[in-house]
Every structure is written in C-alpha cells, then in structure tokens.
Ligand binder design. Sequence first.
Ligand SMILES: Cc1c2[nH]c(c1CCC(=O)O)Cc1[nH]c(c(CCC(=O)O)c1C)Cc1[nH]c(c(CCC(=O)O)c1C)Cc1[nH]c(c(C)c1CCC(=O)O)C2
Length: 337
Amino acid sequence: MLNSLSGEVTDRPPFWLMRQAGRYLPEYREIRAKAGNFLDLCYNPELAEEVTLQPLRRYGMDAAILFADILLIPHALGQPLAYREGEGPVLDPIRSAKELGKLDVADIHKTLDPVYETVGRLSQSIPKDCTLIGFAGAPWTVATYMVEGRGSKDYANIKNWAYSDPAGFGTLMDILVEATIEYLLKQVEAGAEVVQLFDTWAGVLPDDEFRKWAIEPTKRIVEGLHTQHPDLPVIGFPKGVGGNIIDFVRETGVTAVSLDTGTPLDWAAREVQSLVPVQGNLDPMLLVTGGAAMEERIVQIRETLGKKPFIFNLGHGIVPQTPPENVARLAEIIRGS
Ligand SMILES: Cc1c2[nH]c(c1CCC(=O)O)Cc1[nH]c(c(CCC(=O)O)c1C)Cc1[nH]c(c(CCC(=O)O)c1C)Cc1[nH]c(c(C)c1CCC(=O)O)C2
C-alpha cells in the first residue's frame, strides 16, 4: 500500500475495502451487541481494536482502517449525537452563525482520546506488512450532518446557509478544518501511516461552491498535516464529482484519490492516474451479487488501472447485506491464489 502511494506499480494491487469492518460480519454484530450503542463501540479502544482486526483475520487485507466514524468530530465539538436503529445518525442541527458558540474546539481531545488509544493499539497489533489508515470526514460532508441534523436528500438547509451567508457558514468550515487537522495529527502521532478524507457529499455542489467548500478546506487540511509530517500520504475521496476530480487533485495536494463507482475506468487511467495513484472502484452492489458479474468487473478494473500506481477498493462502503463469502472470493482473485 505504501509503495503504491509513493508511485510504484506493484506486482498485484494492494487491497482494502471501505467499511471493511461492519454489519456484514457476524463477529462484528456480536461485538456491536455487547458494546450497546455504536458510539460506545467507537470510544472503547479494546472493542474498536477488535472489530478493526476482524476483516483482516478473514481476508488478509493490505490495510486496516481505524474503526471510528466521521461524526465523532461534531460530537467532540459538543453537538449532541445519537445513532438510531434503522435511521442512522441524528444530531441537534446547527443552522446559523449565532449557534456556533455551542461548539468548542479547545476541548475535542478529551472526547477523542480513546480513538487515539485505538490507533496506538492497532499500530502494535496489525500484521507487519499491513498499513494502518486513519481517517476523518472532509468538512463539507461533516457539515451536512451538522446542519441537516441527519442524512439528507436535498441538502436544503446547508445549501441555503452556504449560499445566503457564506461568511457565517465559512466560520463553521474554519472550525472543522482546524478540528480535523488536530484530530488527524493525533492519529498520526499514535501510529496512523496514511490518512483518508471522506467527502461523500461533495458531488452535490456546483463547481464554484465545490472549489470553496470542498477543494479549499481539503487543501488547508493537507497543508496543515504536511507542515508537521511532510511525507504523510493523504488520500482524498470526493465522491460523485465527475470531471471536477481533476481540479481537486491538482489543487488540494492530496497524495492519491479514491474513485467512486461511476468514474469511467479508461478516462480515470488517462486523466487522473497520470497525476496521482488512484484507489477504487468496484460497485459495492457487485460484492452483494457476486459470481461472474463481480469477477469480470474485478478483472476489468485491475487490467485498466493496474498499469499505473493503483490500490484496489470499492467505489463506496460495503453494505450490510454483503455475503462474507463474496469478499473472500474478491480477496482470492486479487491475490491470485
Ligand atoms: C457519511 C459517513 C459516515 N461515516 C463514514 C462516512 C463516510 C463514508 C461513507 O459515505 O460511507 C465513514 C465511516 N464509518 C465507519 C467507518 C469505519 C471504518 C471502516 O471503513 O471499516 C468509516 C470510515 C463505521 C460505521 N459507521 C456507521 C456504521 C454502522 C453502525 C452500526 O453498527 O449500527 C459503521 C460500521 C454508522 C453511520 N455513520 C455515518 C452514517 C450515515 C451511518 C449510518 C448508516 C449506516 O448504518 O451505514 C456517517
């Protein structure tokens, strides 16, 4: 994984899968039930370490991703957060600059300390040739949950705020940039070797706003991290942004970029992979379907992107209904065993 990120073409691509730890694994569901709620699991270093290791034991991925969630930052800033069964995350929404006083950047590490402890444990317990990935949500995506209060279909509240009061909304983004840099630096100090920034909802922004609320904050985070750790690989994942991914790569300074499922492979090989190593982009639903449809696409992705630096992954996270045996088959194909 580190070789690919430094621009090497490897014999076979390294692989890991977004959301590789999670509800599709019975052993995860068992620990999850034991932990009680999802936040308690994220803040329990022993159990969070255990669920991070579960997929590695089964499938021997080349990278482990810290078990946590992108919404721990708003939680640590003081915004009430709950994960409800069948509903996903629910927060008390913040919709104007007047309410920003409720957020406290000074104290985030008090809440986030257990996460750093999980990273520290993992840096000792993962196999030697396995790379440890830390992560955070990118400010725009984290802000969508903070402002909408939950997952959204139309992003009406956050867009209305960003369009009508860019200065006030910019203050929220500044808070998130600062908190994210601090959070990721602590993860790196605890042993994370690579970090990934998830910008899952970057694709809902028109291009001027994409520059302002996705490219600019990401660029500041990359700079903040590289000031302390000049060689730290940073993977960007601006999902659903089409051709805007080119400007994203050119302007943010990310080391590599993760491609969503809709990105055309030939185009990505020509236009994106000529700039940086890429990661991606199997449809998570093909991992549910399995069989020949999945296997043919795995081979096609590998053939098209494997000639330049490449990390095999999905185009988005594993879904809970994924049969674990399909993940085993994927691992077998990638390893050629
Ligand atoms: C938008 C987003 C979130 N979280 C995340 C994103 C960005 C990537 C993406 O788009 O998937 C990122 C994330 N969430 C989780 C991880 C852990 C590491 C890994 O990839 O294995 C990572 C990297 C665990 C999780 N985060 C969550 C779960 C499921 C919670 C459970 O066990 O009940 C897991 C394993 C909960 C979560 N967390 C979030 C939502 C919308 C939900 C509810 C939807 C769902 O249940 O899948 C916010």
